[in-house]
Structure formats: structure tokens, C-alpha cells
Design a protein around this ligand. Structure first.
Ligand SMILES: [Zn+2]
Length: 678
């Protein structure tokens, strides 16, 4: 009866591109670990997600490719759903906001508010592109943020500093369709009175923080918003793609995506009810004030989950019999960067989840990301760290402990769990260590300290190895086999505990491990008890964590920053844009191979009076000595990057020939160094 009832949601990924590792570290992996942990704790839990499929970026992509928005969302919904499955995300339902069930839910909320007279119709000025004769939704306009001067801000929202402002405040607005300066024209929209709910929201945030301890980054965001004062927000837009506004006089308008996307959690749970043929299942979670609702998100989504969504639910609850539960905690993560920079598709910086899992298994990635989650500050994914986490921790610590124990038990104890005999201090200490672990890790996971919990768990494997070493079973097997048996018995118990406690983090591996142990998992709190009786027969072991060779990692590193594989159709740039790239003639004066890399050469080049080091991926096409004296074309104002530990200041242009060899673009030797190419 006392089961905790928990509702967990992860931010709905936007169906306009493939998810990358940064997304996983933000809203998905920590949530999945938490959910898996809670299931082992015996909680009554439901885990909800789905694709966010409306909004302007999707229509921009569709316009660019000359297809219908449906094509874009079908593509990325399927790609992302599959990538999540391969990564081991254990959603109970992964829905889509384009489904009728979501349109219905969103319209219900809109109409409820409309009928109560809560929504205010207001005329406002919106950017209008005279050339194509249409109102420009926010993302079709780009300009300079009035608050932080970020140059790629949208018409009413800045991604860089998170400010919301009136379109008239945006500096240097440009239409993304025509590049023209748009005019402001009057249109009318329905507004949700966010300001009216500020007192209730402030009370909600402070209460939840007091009871459940919200993260500092989340609180600071909220307080910043409250200090600025919440303003009423338009919840309709002039466009075709989306949920039609269910009011007669609103032809040509859809519900703004920020209002409806968060309701996607509710409709996804409703869909789950249909799938399971339990029509009231969703109510059991959403309409019970005792539900512990945890919303996992990345920091870019804080305002929607601590202010917008709670405001919608508070407004609904004010005059309805149905009382929705609000997020009890919103453990937002900071961002994960990639090798020191932001992920960027256009700069070919980063890797998609799907692509990653074609090359490496999911568990080493889950472990690497979990051990370095951006819980309190931005962190980075480095290929070398990934390799080290796999080879030096998963393989050399955890894998080694399991492997040496199994090998020993099969060699000397016929593959059966030996009985425990007399206990010595060393044994008692190890048993005590194991017994403390479920609670120790629980304590961290309950506070969403997934990173600390993960690292703490590896310490148990370390303790196991140390116990094995200190007990010297290779000695006792010869002179005190009973004592040796005790050691191995305790090692196997430790492995059982590790199998269970690591399940949320590396579920594919622990499944294999339980098979090796010939056992099932038990309740989280019981996993350090004696779960493997003496005489229990084990199955043969297998290598759980194959090592990752340098070559595989180098190959990934050398791919970074290269040309994008799929270039968008007809993506014209202006002459000014072209001139932003400083192409200069450079003379190669030194060239040498980089150790451990097949592809990379380290070059010294001369431009004007300056000598620079450049790392180029042309080692398979050129012997270093044949490059000396060549005058090549260098991208001179590229951000410096480190490749295989070598700094690279620029990029040399090359073409790939039919046979896959590269040929550097070169100019006549009479052209002076430093000459601008244009
Ligand atoms: Zn800004």
C-alpha cells in the first residue's frame, strides 16, 4: 500500500533533427537511471516521453527541402525513437504531439481557458515580410538580442541569455525567408495571463524547494523571471502547421507550440492508457495530488517546466474538478559540450546517437555520460575520456574483478558458489562495505546526484578488487581451501550486488551478468544480502567490456570538423557571408606524420610574415616530404582546434578524388604567401 507513486517525464525532443550525446546527458540518461532505480525500489512508476512535432523550425526545414512538414517529423520521430531504444531508454510510452489524442488534449485546455474568459484577445505588432506577404513567426526572424547583443536572437526570444522581449525591441531584424528587413504589422492573438499567476507560481516554487530541495541553477532561473515580472504571453500564431485554434473567429491560427508541447506529457500518458486498455490509467498518475511528479529537462527548458506548465495546470485546477499534480522537482541539467565546443551539425562537431551506436555498444556510452553528467556545470564529452572510462574503469576495474572471480571459481570450485567458512576481519569489512551500498547509492539518486552515484558504484568494484588482492586466494587455495572458498563466496556476493546496483546505468551488461550468475535481480534494498547460496551453479563468464583500441578513437577524432556529409539543398549565402571566410595562400615549409594517427599530418605553413601550425587529414594521400614548398589555400580565420593533442590553426582546402585520395588545392608558386583568395 505504501508504494511511492511516481510520474517521470523527459523533455519532448524536437522532431527536426537527430538527437546527439548532449541531449542524452541533459534530459534522458539521468531520467532513465532514476526510473530504473525506482523500479528496483518497487515504486509504482510511469515514464513518459514523445516527439514534439509542431513549431516553426519544422516548417523551415520542410520549406528548405521542398517537402511537407509531415515528412520531416516522420523522419526524425523514427530516427530518435530508434536511437533511444538502442541506447536503452526505458520509456513506458514514446508518443508524438501530431497525434489526434494530443490535438484533443491541447484543444481541451485552450477551450476551457477560452470559455472561462481567461484568454485575452490582444492586437500586437508582428514582423511581416512584404516580399512574400506573410506574418513571420518568431523563428523566421533573426536579429540582435536587446539584452545580451547575441546576433542570432529570434523575434521575441534569445536562446543565448534566455530573455523574452517584445518584437519591437529586437535590433536589426532580418527575415529568414528573404533576408529583407521586415516591417511590424498589426495582428491579433490570444494571450494567456501568465502575470496573473505570478504570486501562485512564486509560492509553488518556494514551497517545492522547501520540501524537496530544488537545484540552485533552477531556482536562480525562476527567481530571475519573477524579478523581471511575468508578462502575458500570446498562445496563438499565424501559421498552418500545428493545432488549429478551436474558435470560429481564429482561422489561419494555430496554438503556439510553447503552450501545447508541455501538454504532450499528459496526452502521451493518455495514449499509454489506450495501448494498455486501461482508460483511467493516466488519471491515476496525473490527477492524484500524492503523485511525485519529476520533470527531467536540460537548462534551456527550465522556464517551460517551472513557470509555463505549472501556470497552465494551476489555471486549470482553479475551476475544475480534475486536479492535476504539478512537478515536484525539475532537476534540470546544464549542457554537455563536445571536445571543448558546442555540438554543431553545420560545423560537423559532435556525433549523433545512432551513428555512435553503430560503432560502439550503448553501455560504455551510458557509463561515460553518467560519470560526467553536467549536473551543476557544463561538462564535455571527449573521445579519449570515453576510451579511458571503458578501458581503465569498466574493463580494468569492474570487468577484471568479475572475470578473475569467475575464472577462479570455475578453475578451483567447479563453477559453484563455495560456502562461507570462518570470517576474518578482512571478510567482515568487505561484507559491511557491500551492505552499505544500496543505501549509499539510494541516498545520492534520491537527490538526483546521478553522477556521484555512478562514481560511487565504481568504488565498490574497486573495493572488490582490493579485497580479492588482499585475501590472496591464489595462496589460500593451496593451504586453506575453506578460507579461499570464503573469499570467493564474498566476491560473488559483491558481484551480485554490483549487477543489481549497476542495472540502471549499464542495463545491457547487467543482463548478461545476471545470466552469468544464473540468478535474477531482487529488490534494491535486498541486493547486498546473501542472494547466492552455497552450491549455486554459475554459468560460464564472457568478456563484458571489450577494450576500445586507439585506432577506433583516432578515426572518430579525425572526422571532427570536416565537411558535413549531407548539405542542404540550395543554401545560398551572400557575398558578405563568403567574405567572412579568410582564404589565404600559404606555403608549406615543414610536414611530419603524427604518431598514432594514420590520417593526420602536422604542417608548418607560412602566410605573410607569420608561421603557423596546421593539422591536416591528408596523411593517406601525401608523403610529408612531397608537400614541402607547395602553395596551398588555407582557411586562415578558423577557430583553433586540438587534434590528437596538436594545435591546428587553420584548415587546408583539398578535394576528394574518385579513388578516395585527397588532393590539396594549390596555386602557382609565383603567388605571394598571404594573398587573399576571393
Ligand atoms: Zn540575449
Amino acid at each position: 500500500m505504501n508504494k511511492e507513486k511516481i510520474l517521470v517525464t523527459s523533455a519532448l525532443p524536437y522532431a527536426n533533427g537527430p538527437i546527439h550525446l548532449g541531449h542524452l546527458s541533459g534530459a534522458y540518461l539521468p531520467a532513465d537511471i532514476y526510473v530504473r532505480y525506482k523500479r528496483l525500489k518497487g515504486a509504482d512508476i510511469v515514464y513518459i516521453c514523445g516527439s514534439d512535432e509542431h513549431g516553426v523550425p519544422i516548417t523551415i526545414s520542410a520549406d528548405k527541402e521542398g517537402v511537407k512538414p509531415q515528412v520531416i517529423i516522420d523522419r526524425y520521430h523514427n530516427i530518435n525513437k530508434k536511437a533511444f531504444e538502442r541506447f536503452g531508454m526505458s520509456f513506458d510510452n514514446y508518443s508524438r504531439t501530431s497525434l489526434p489524442i494530443h490535438h484533443e488534449t491541447a484543444r481541451d485546455f485552450f477551450l476551457e481557458f477560452y470559455n472561462r474568459g481567461l484568454l485575452v484577445e490582444k492586437k500586437s505588432n508582428q514582423f511581416y515580410d512584404e516580399k512574400v506577404k506573410m506574418f513571420l513567426p518568431d523563428r523566421y526572424v533573426e536579429g540582435t538580442c536587446p539584452k545580451c547583443s547575441y546576433e542570432e536572437a529570434r523575434s521575441d526570444e534569445c536562446e543565448n541569455c534566455g530573455s523574452l522581449y517584445d518584437p519591437s525591441e529586437l535590433k536589426n531584424p532580418k527575415s529568414k525567408i528573404t533576408g529583407e528587413t521586415p516591417s511590424l504589422r498589426e495582428t491579433s492573438h490570444y494571450y494567456f495571463p501568465l502575470g496573473k499567476y505570478q504570486p501562485a507560481l512564486e509560492k509553488y516554487v518556494e514551497e517545492m524547494n522547501k520540501k524537496y530541495g530544488w537545484k540552485d541553477n533552477v531556482l536562480q532561473y525562476c527567481r530571475g523571471w519573477f524579478n523581471e515580472g511575468l508578462k502575458d504571453r500570446a498562445i496563438t500564431r499565424d501559421m498552418d502547421w500545428g493545432i488549429k485554434v478551436p474558435v470560429d473567429c481564429a482561422a489561419g491560427k494555430v496554438i503556439y507550440v510553447w503552450f501545447e508541447a508541455v501538454l504532450g506529457y499528459i496526452s502521451s500518458t493518455k495514449e499509454l492508457s489506450q495501448i494498455k486498455k486501461e482508460p483511467d490509467l493516466w488519471k491515476k498518475y496525473w490527477l492524484d495530488p500524492k503523485t511525485k511528479y519529476i520533470a527531467f529537462i536540460g537548462k534551456d527548458n527550465i522556464v517551460f517546466h517551472t513557470i509555463v506548465f505549472p501556470a497552465i495546470l494551476i489555471a486549470w485546477n482553479e475551476e475544475s474538478k480534475e486536479q492535476y499534480c504539478l512537478p515536484q522537482n525539475v532537476p534540470a541539467n546544464e549542457f554537455l559540450n563536445f571536445e571543448g565546443k558546442k555540438f554543431s551539425k553545420s560545423r560537423n562537431w559532435g556525433i549523433d546517437v545512432d551513428e555512435f551506436l553503430d560503432i560502439f555498444p550503448a553501455d560504455p556510452l551510458r557509463y561515460t555520460l553518467a560519470a560526467n553528467l553536467p549536473e551543476n556545470r557544463d561538462t564535455d564529452f571527449y573521445w579519449k575520456e570515453f576510451q579511458a572510462r571503458n578501458n581503465s574503469e569498466l574493463a580494468d576495474i569492474l570487468g577484471n574483478f568479475i572475470n578473475r572471480t569467475f575464472t577462479f571459481v570455475f578453475k578451483h570450485f567447479n563453477g559453484e558458489v563455495p560456502p562461507k567458512d570462518k570470517l576474518f576481519d578482512l571478510d567482515r569489512e568487505m561484507l559491511k562495505t557491500i551492505s552499505e551500498y544500496p543505501e549509499k547509492v539510494s541516498h545520492l539518486f534520491e537527490q538526483y546526484k546521478i553522477k556521484d552515484g555512478t562514481n560511487e558504484l565504481m568504488n565498490l568494484a574497486r573495493a572488490g578488487n582490493k579485497y580479492f588482492n588482499d585475501s590472496e586466494p591464489w595462496v589460500t587455495v593451496k593451504n586453506d581451501k575453506k578460507k579461499c572458498g570464503t573469499t570467493l563466496n564474498i566476491c560473488l556476493q559483491t558481484i551480485y550486488t554490483l549487477a543489481e546496483l549497476f542495472e540502471p546505468i549499464i542495463p545491457f551488461t547487467t543482463k548478461k551478468l545476471f545470466k552469468m550468475l544464473n540468478a535474477q535481480s531482487t529488490a534494491w534494498d535486498k541486493c547486498s544480502e546473501e542472494n547466492l547460496p552455497a552450491g549455486h551453479k554459475l554459468n560460464q563468464s564472457e568478456i563484458l567490456f571489450p577494450k576500445i583500441e586507439d585506432e577506433m578513437i583516432d578515426k572518430q577524432i579525425s572526422k571532427l570538423g570536416g565537411e558535413e556529409t549531407k548539405s542542404p539543398k540550395s543554401n545560398l549565402i551572400s557575398y558578405d557571408d563568403f567574405l567572412k571566410t579568410e582564404l589565404k595562400v600559404a606555403e608549406i615549409i615543414e610536414a611530419e606524420k603524427i604518431k598514432k594517427s594514420k590520417k593526420l599530418l602536422k604542417l608548418k605553413v607560412k602566410i605573410d610574415n607569420e608561421t603557423r601550425q596546421v593539422v591536416a587529414g591528408i596523411a593517406l594521400s601525401y608523403e610529408p616530404e612531397n608537400l614541402i614548398g607547395k602553395k596551398v589555400v588555407l582557411v586562415a580565420n578558423l577557430q583553433p582546434a586540438k587534434l590528437m593533442g596538436e594545435e591546428s590553426n587553420g584548415m587546408i582546402l583539398a578535394v576528394e578524388k574518385d579513388d578516395g585520395k585527397l588532393e590539396v588545392v594549390s596555386v602557382d608558386s609565383k603567388v605571394s604567401n598571404g594573398t587573399r583568395v576571393k
